[in-house]
Design a protein around this ligand. Structure first.
Ligand code: FAD
Length: 353
């Protein structure tokens, strides 16, 4: 039985491991943290569903529904409830044409795909993560940070913090690009170091809970983005409880603000900026901030050609593939696709069906 080590249990690594297990490989999935999902985090609090990272995926993309179907949670996929968003100009909220807000936030997708809106899971984006982790319970190892890879007789030796190691016939690196770049550089893959040029922008998301009567105006659409003239720390605000069903208990509202890095308490900053825009009265019932020191990746010039060249060099080594947000698209769907493609590559080189 071919042994494959998958490094990183974000959605890309989980998807890769799932396919490799189903193909009949002996899979070990190594994750440095104590939980799976990477930047996908869903928390529950007082009947609210709070997203720390992604809150959905493009409805036009088939990867998540397909994966959910395989995991038996296809009926948990939910569509966007409210539609439309606005631009906060600094003085007024102006309605934007469908898909425009996502484009302003730098979400790269075809206009028609953006216009089709988003989907999510009834219990939040961690649902497919939990379903995958459950299926992979015998393969997943937490608090196992990988510090290096080296050629070994059969394939690879994967070194871990603490000094232990795993032997594997094939490896999938489903890490942020800078992490994978470092590991590949150490085994002499030329050009690998430059994968670190994929910059993961820092951001903060703050969820704020209110009673419905605290909002001074109806929340129309899914939220708003702030224009450059508004000079706001809040770059965008999602009306989470309007966008998807079940995000807040009856009579309550859940907002999620995206902040540019700034000094001060992000929840207080977000509330202070949102209060005059939405006519919020009184303090939030509670707030929850997630700090992403490395959030969404931005690709440098010639990124696709560079990644293709690195992948080409990998074909000369024992089976090894790279996957994740750092290469072929940052959206959750693209990460699933890239994890599955990495699994397919490694499996085919190992002769696993
Ligand atoms: C705030 C935010 C909002 C977003 N919103 C959306 C959205 O609405 N829709 C959408 O489609 N996408 C969204 N995205 C993007 C999308 O969520 C991510 O790009 C995607 O989830 C990344 O998955 P990944 O598996 O490639 O990487 P990650 O989630 O980063 O997973 C990598 C894993 O590798 C582990 N790891 C790192 N180093 C090591 C090591 N040395 N050894 C072992 N393990 C290691 C990490 O702990 C982590 O678990 C958002 C991202 C952020 C940050």
């Amino acid at each position: 039985m071919s042994r494959v080590v998958v490094v990183g249990a974000g959605i890309a690594g989980l998807a890769a491991a799932w396919d490799l297990v189903r193909a009949g490989a002996d899979v070990t999935l190594l994750e440095s943290e104590r939980r799976p999902g990477g930047v996908i985090v869903t928390e529950r609090r007082d009947g609210f569903i709070v997203e720390g990272g992604p809150d959905g995926f493009l409805a036009a993309e088939p990867e998540l529904p397909a994966l959910a179907g395989e995991l038996g949670i296809g009926d948990r996929v939910v569509g966007q409830r409210a539609r439309g968003s606005s631009l906060w100009t600094g003085t007024a909220l102006e309605v934007l044409e469908e898909g425009r807000a996502a484009a302003l936030l730098g979400i790269e997708a075809r206009g028609a795909d953006l216009a089709a809106g988003f989907r999510s899971f009834a219990g939040g984006m961690a649902e497919p993560v939990a379903a995958l982790a459950e299926r992979l319970v015998n393969n997943l190892r937490f608090t196992q940070g990988v510090t290096g890879i080296a050629p070994a007789r059969a394939g690879w030796r994967v070194a871990l913090t603490g000094g232990s190691s795993h032997e594997a016939d094939g490896v999938v690196l489903a890490l942020p690009a800078h992490g994978a770049g470092r590991l590949l550089e150490a085994v002499g893959v030329s050009g690998a170091r430059a994968l670190g040029e994929v910059v993961y922008a820092p951001s903060v998301t703050v969820s704020l809970a209110y009673r419905a009567e605290q909002t001074g105006r109806p929340l129309e659409g899914t939220g708003f983005v702030t224009g450059p003239d508004a000079q706001a720390t809040v770059r965008a605000c999602t009306y989470a409880s309007s966008k998807f069903l079940g995000r807040a208990p009856d009579g309550h509202v859940l907002l999620r603000a995206f902040l540019a890095p700034a000094d001060g308490d992000p929840a207080m900053l977000a509330h202070a900026e949102l209060a005059p825009i939405l006519g919020l009265r009184g303090a939030p019932l509670w707030s929850r901030a997630f700090h992403w020191t490395r959030g969404l990746p931005r690709y440098p010039a010639h990124h696709a050609a560079h990644v293709a060249a690195v992948r080409e060099r990998l074909t000369r080594l024992a089976p090894l593939a790279i996957a994740g947000a750092g290469y072929d698209g940052a959206g959750v769907s693209a990460c699933v696709r890239s994890g599955r493609e990495a699994a397919r590559l490694v499996a085919s080189r190992l002769g696993v069906p």
